[in-house]
Design a protein around this ligand. Structure first.
Ligand SMILES: NC(=O)c1ccc[n+]([C@@H]2O[C@H](COP(=O)([O-])OP(=O)(O)OC[C@H]3O[C@@H](n4cnc5c(N)ncnc54)[C@H](OP(=O)(O)O)[C@@H]3O)[C@@H](O)[C@H]2O)c1
Length: 312
């Protein structure tokens, strides 16, 4: 990827898209193309084709899509399935027809079996049943991985790169309580409880599931690294994680400390927990030379600072 290459960051106002814009500019990539959802609906195959034909992007980071926490996944499985499949299908096909150089696609750790040996290696894909609450989303992401592989095989290229980041967090995340991931929804709940002087907060599930969190800037750097090293990649998906997991109870305790909430935390065990543990084995990507750099408390402080500045 040259500094003057034409790079399309699809979904640039989202968590990962915004971080990618920041990292690409910091690394001297100046020719960035963006479109908001309103300007270009990426599920619209005709409009996506016209856009690729006119703009001729050379590189694409496909961060656009629908994703959310356990509640959103369980409430809107069809919407999550449809939006992701439609975006992938229209963008992949336009990328192939227009022979762009490389595209990075993002799957998710929920593609792996709900009950799985840990840490999860790339080859565990399709070795067991996936978590039912996220199956619409996961099915679309699994299809995306196989689409990348199929385009590369059929056209004998390395055009499509599939990355599997674990749970991301950072500035520009969603903090609305219906859609947010656990990290950002806990920040908001504790922040609001502190401001309203609540003495007690009740959280979803048992708090025992373990999750691996990766700061969004680290995933953005991993994505740029993948583009820069595309020639060295195999035609498989690559896990991207921080290498460390925490129980939701441990996460809550860290957020309590950073936010400064003084009340009690209780757990509503009648609500579902999801998969018991989701830790990725990222050794395949690490072997290429990438490292996750942000320690969780550092990333949490940066995220909370951003939330404090933008919560209105
Ligand atoms: N967040 C995570 O923890 C996580 C973990 C693993 C993988 N991933 C994957 O990584 C990618 C980036 O995630 P993210 O959390 O950065 O997502 P995000 O914050 O939800 O941002 C997604 C962006 O896509 C845009 N978008 C959605 N539908 C669109 C459409 N039809 N046409 C054009 N733009 C559309 C959204 O714009 P509007 O808001 O205007 O609709 C938003 O700006 C996604 O593929 C996600 O599935 C995320």
């Amino acid at each position: 990827m040259e500094k003057q290459s034409k790079i399309f960051v699809a979904g640039h106002r989202g968590l990962l898209g915004a971080s990618l814009i920041k990292e690409l500019l910091a690394q001297g990539y100046a020719h960035l193309i963006t479109r908001t959802h309103q300007e270009l609906d990426l599920t619209d195959r005709g409009k996506v084709n016209v856009f690729f034909r006119r703009e001729k992007p050379e590189y694409v980071f496909l961060t656009a899509g629908r994703n959310g926490g356990i509640k959103a996944n369980a409430t809107y499985p069809a919407d999550f399935f449809h939006a992701n499949i439609a975006i992938q299908d229209s963008v992949f096909e336009a990328a192939q027809k227009n022979e762009i150089k490389h595209l990075v696609f993002y799957a998710s750790s929920c593609i792996y079996p709900k009950i799985s040996a840990q840490p999860m290696k790339e080859e565990y894909l399709l070795t067991g049943a996936i978590e039912p609450t996220s199956e619409g989303y996961a099915a679309a992401k699994i299809a995306g991985i196989f689409a990348c592989r199929s385009y590369n095989n059929q056209h004998q290229t390395k055009r499509f790169i599939a990355l599997v980041p674990n749970s991301m967090f950072g500035p520009n995340d969603h903090f609305d309580l219906d859609n947010a991931h656990v990290f950002s929804s806990l920040i908001r709940k504790f922040h609001e409880a502190k401001n309203t002087g609540e003495r007690k907060i009740v959280l979803w599930g048992s708090g025992s599931p373990r999750r691996e969190f990766v700061f969004v800037d680290d995933v953005a750097k991993a994505s740029i690294f993948a583009m820069q090293n595309a020639g060295r990649l195999e035609n498989i998906h690559y896990n991207i994680g921080s290498g460390q997991d925490f129980s939701i109870k441990e996460l809550a305790a860290m957020i309590v400390e950073v936010v400064g909430f003084k009340g009690n935390v209780e757990w509503n065990v009648s609500l579902p927990d999801g998969a018991p543990r989701k830790l990725l084995d990222s050794s395949r990507f690490l072997a290429l030379g990438w490292r996750s750099q942000t320690e969780i408390m550092n990333g949490l402080r940066k995220t909370y600072e951003w939330y404090n500045r933008n919560s209105n």
